[in-house]
Design a protein around this ligand. Sequence first.
Ligand SMILES: Nc1ncnc2c1ncn2[C@@H]1O[C@H](COP(=O)(O)OP(=O)(O)OP(=O)(O)O)[C@@H](O)[C@H]1O
Ligand SMILES: [Mg+2]
Length: 323
Amino acid sequence: MSLWLAENATPPARRYTRRIIVCNQKGGVGKTAVAAGVAAACAEGSDLKVLVASQKMTLLEDLEAADVDLDDVQIQDLDEVHPGLGLRVLLVDYDPQGHLTSQLGIPQIPAKQPSLAKYMAGTVQQGSAKDLIVTVADDRFGGRLDVLPSCADAFLLDIMISTDRNRQATLERVLKPLEAEYDAIVVDCPPSLGVGMDAAIYYGRRRPDEEPNNSGVLVPVQAEDSSADAFELLIEQIDDGQADWNIEVDHLGLVVNLYDARDGYVVTSSLNAWRAVGEPRVIGVIARLKDQREAVRNKKALLSYAPNSQQAKVIRRIVREFV
Ligand SMILES: Nc1ncnc2c1ncn2[C@@H]1O[C@H](COP(=O)(O)OP(=O)(O)OP(=O)(O)O)[C@@H](O)[C@H]1O
Ligand SMILES: [Mg+2]
């Protein structure tokens, strides 16, 4: 009997490295900020005690909506204390603009050297993408946060991979061999909807036996009407890809970024409209605050520059919604 069980037991779901594709073709919505924040929140040491915004009331406007007198609220009371997640993370700068790379104080790859785009296109044979990786030197991440820096040649990525019959699989071809070394791979996408984006969406698909929501797309949006139009186009592209390649892409959620209720009813009603979308659901609202810009200016990860800021706490909440 025990032999029968041993031979016929349901195999445990295969564990895949999480692939988190942070995308939206609308520019400046916070893809890079969210990708860097999510990756950093995954990599914080498990020996650290970190502040996480409360699940119930992550934001002041939730309290306002609940008609709570804000003068009576001790904001600290809404924080939770958790250990860091301690995951090994690769943060991929998939945007030729290279903002992520430069914001972390890492040099961009010179145009003539091997790069992610060249490995995707198969135009360099020597070495591998592993050789390009730089570790973020910051005790908070204990050597667990790696970056694959950008190179300006990625401006030509769509052309470089256009003749590949399996062009949607080109990103996967390069990153899959690296997966064994990471618990999560976070891809910061450019503001475009080209062939390169197809490859990113394909890379984030649910693999055979992969648990739902282990991997997928994470979409930062803004509480503005134009953001809703852009989102429809993105959804269309994802839906087309799912149909064309017969795949399933999970939505990890929407992150409403750069939120400031003082901007008036267009913004507050847009937030309500995003919440009304239902699926994908809004998994976090990040306020427009100075800490993010200051972290960029200081070339540090936000979670390192301002670990106890409201933004850092909300980012940690967002990550714990799907990790
Ligand atoms: N919550 C925030 N509060 C304040 N500033 C923010 C916040 N999120 C992002 N920013 C700033 O807004 C600008 C745009 O953000 P970011 O670069 O992350 O957007 P993006 O979607 O990656 O842009 P692109 O489409 O160009 O890649 C940056 O200067 C960034 O530092
Ligand atoms: Mg960006």
